[in-house]
Design a binder for this molecule. Structure first.
Ligand code: HPA
Ligand SMILES: [Zn+2]
Length: 341
């Protein structure tokens, strides 16, 4: 990698738009919280946890992801988890984050929705004060659970519109197509939540099209398989619908055979508003800047592409036009500084 690419990755302000806060639970914190809360885990050491993180598909990962989060019980646990992520990404020069959280994975275990939300939002407020990092929170529905339970989560979210900006859809894509959630997304949109969804990760371009048409999503999470369909790719490019891609995640879940098969460069070349993100960095072994380095090292990505990806991260965000412009101007100033050395 050129020194310039490395310096751009290290120093450009960036936003992260596809990040599951529960997926930032590092093995050391998992063991510490297990001890603090008296939760049994099948691991005795950080090394044993790390060894278990070998995945053949999305479901392999999800099984360990739900098991890992069983240590999160109190407001303080959710605060500590979120704060640790924010400290980590402050070092990567992130200045804005749009986080997913999975309340149903906690309420199903008897942890109150309000406990989860209070811990996360307090950490986000502290990061704004301490680091100037701005944020938005997106509540995901777990697509392997019934529609009725998604409606229950939505009912909780409606009481906290001051803290929850959008709704998303995650968990197992196979067997749970977008239409299963058409009604709950319609209700969520009526309540003013901005809709997004994980589609085209393991599912087909048809899932991406259905999420656009039936769920009326404003951003596509992953969307890799949208590129299999030329007409859909053109539609996404024409409408500048953002895609939040996650190269290391795709590789670790065997959605792609190697990092060099990541569709990020193809998406850039097709004129898509594509962004690079970390998804579940603790489980996949890479935070945001690691994902940027992966695309530079494994794809034919130029220094100009690195700047474009950083700019896209704000352009694809749910910030206001004025806020976006301020971040884009900050990137231009930083590019000048980095280029002068
Ligand atoms: O990448 C993902 N895909 C689907 N569900 C998820 N839940 C956490 N991460 C993911
Ligand atoms: Zn994800």
């Amino acid at each position: 990698m050129s020194n310039l690419s490395q310096a751009l990755i290290d120093h450009l302000p960036k936003a992260e738009l596809h990040l599951h806060i529960e997926g930032t639970l590092e093995p050391a914190m998992m063991l510490e919280l297990a001890k603090r809360n008296g939760v049994e885990l099948p691991y005795a050491s950080v090394e044993e946890v790390a060894k278990a993180y070998e995945f053949d598909c999305l479901q392999d990962f999800l099984d360990l992801y739900y098991q890992g989060m069983s240590v999160l019980l109190t407001e303080r646990d959710f605060y500590d988890l979120t704060w640790a992520y924010l400290v980590r990404v402050h070092a990567d020069r992130l200045t804005h984050v749009e986080l997913f959280f999975d309340p149903q994975a906690h309420t199903d275990r008897g942890v109150a929705f309000e406990t989860v939300l209070a811990g996360i939002t307090q950490a986000l407020e502290d990061a704004k004060k301490e680091f100037g990092i701005t944020s938005k929170l997106i509540m995901c529905f777990l697509r392997h659970l019934p529609e009725e339970e998604a409606f229950e989560a939505l009912e909780c979210a409606c009481k906290h519109k001051d803290h929850i900006f959008g709704v998303g859809l995650d968990s197992s894509e196979q067997g749970h197509p977008p239409e299963k959630f058409a009604r709950v997304f319609e209700a969520a949109r009526k309540e003013g939540f901005t809709p997004v969804a994980h589609v085209g990760e393991e599912g087909t371009a048809e899932n991406v099209r259905d999420a656009l048409d039936l769920l009326k999503i404003e951003r596509v999470d992953h969307g890799n398989h949208a590129l299999d369909d030329a007409a859909l790719t053109k539609r996404l490019a024409d409408q500048q619908t953002p895609l939040t891609m996650c190269p290391i995640s795709n590789w670790r879940l065997k959605g792609i055979p190697s990092l060099s098969a990541s569709p990020v460069k193809k998406a850039l070349d097709a004129g898509l508003l594509v962004t690079v993100n970390s998804d579940d960095p603790s489980y996949f072994g890479g935070y945001l800047n690691d994902n940027y380095r992966a695309v530079v090292e494994h794809l034919d990505v130029t220094e100009q592409d690195v700047v474009t990806l950083a700019k896209n991260s704000f352009a694809a965000s749910f910030l206001s036009d004025g806020e976006k412009q301020a971040h884009l101007d900050a990137i231009d100033r930083q590019v000048e500084g980095v280029s002068k050395g």
